[in-house]
Design a protein around this ligand. Structure first.
Ligand SMILES: Nc1ncnc2c1ncn2[C@@H]1O[C@H](COP(=O)(O)OP(=O)(O)OP(=O)(O)O)[C@@H](O)[C@H]1O
Ligand SMILES: CC(C)(CO)[C@@H](O)C(=O)NCCC(=O)O
Ligand SMILES: [K+]
Length: 259
């Protein structure tokens, strides 16, 4: 069975592919100080609480936080007796190389999302991921990542308002019924919610214009459904896109005789 690990800047998600489907999904906050032993105690407790019988014999990691990779590697080596594939490292093959400026290190999460979305939806896509950052990945006809857009994430923006302005409280993102807020919280919620709706719509339109062809929009990340309420922003929402992409990249490496 394959252990897939997706480390974002805020959260790290673990899931296991049993050969047919993903069993279990476990989320822990990202912290580079967490040791392999800590991961294992946490993970094995959850697995046994769910009464799952898991025989993990392969691991693949995507990490946007380079410092976390060391301890995740130790986890895979020590507890699962396997050398993990790490997306973005030279020894992890990608089905199609990204086409970007020389020297650019594309976030592994974006490479994984790109391939996961391409396998499901075919060519010419815009993948929108609502994580710590809100990212747009442009997927070419052959499935290559050819660039995109990085904007501050929704929760990061809310946190920044609270941190930077003495009189603004921390609020949670929600869809306000009206644009014009009549109290501070409603004003902030409106700015974030309608601001991001406009951002997504505007960026998608501009990308389509620049590419000069129809492009499907695939959304992922915990907040994607919130931004889809009543709008026609996305052609599909897929909460398992990163896990799906990780599984595919692992299979590709196996097919190529790598790992
Ligand atoms: N069903 C949900 N409803 C509302 N918020 C959610 C839901 N699921 C997740 N979230 C929140 O959405 C946010 C985005 O989650 P997601 O896993 O996509 O990215 P993240 O963990 O914040 O970022 P990163 O992947 O960069 O670490 C998180 O703060 C999470 O708490
Ligand atoms: C943009 C984030 C933070 C989104 O998780 C990540 O993909 C990243 O750190 N990327 C590196 C820069 C880039 O993708 O161009
Ligand atoms: K993510």
């Amino acid at each position: 069975m394959l252990l897939c690990i997706d480390t974002g800047n805020t959260n790290t998600v673990f899931s296991v592919w049993d050969g047919e489907k993903f069993v279990g999904l476990w989320r822990i906050s990202t912290d580079h100080r967490r040791t392999a032993d800590e991961y294992f105690v946490w993970l094995s407790t959850l697995i046994s609480l769910q009464k799952l019988e898991l025989n993990i014999d392969a691991c693949i990691i995507s990490s946007t936080a380079p410092r976390v990779v060391f301890n995740l590697r130790v986890l895979c080596n020590r507890y699962f007796d396997t050398r993990p594939l790490v997306v973005g490292k030279p020894d992890c093959l990608l089905p199609v190389a990204p086409r970007v400026d020389f020297g650019t290190v594309v976030g592994p999460d974006r490479l994984v999302n790109t391939w996961g979305a391409y396998e499901r939806h075919g060519p010419d896509l815009i993948v929108v991921d609502f994580g710590t950052a809100t990212t747009f990945d442009v997927v070419d006809t052959d499935g290559a990542y050819v660039g995109g857009v990085i904007a501050p994430g929704v929760n990061l923006s809310l946190e920044a308002l609270h941190m930077g302005a003495a009189s603004l409280p921390h609020v949670d993102v929600t869809m306000p019924p009206k644009v014009i807020g009549t109290n501070t919280v409603a004003c902030i919620q409106s700015g974030i919610y309608w601001g991001y709706i406009g951002l997504v719509q505007g960026v998608v339109d501009k990308i389509r214009e620049e590419r000069g062809r129809p492009m499907k929009v695939i959304a992922t990340g915990g907040l994607a459904p919130l931004f889809d309420q009543g709008f026609d922003l996305f052609d599909a929402i897929e909460d398992d896109l990163t896990m799906h992409g990780l599984r595919l990249i692992h299979d590709y490496n196996k097919e190529m005789g790598n790992g």
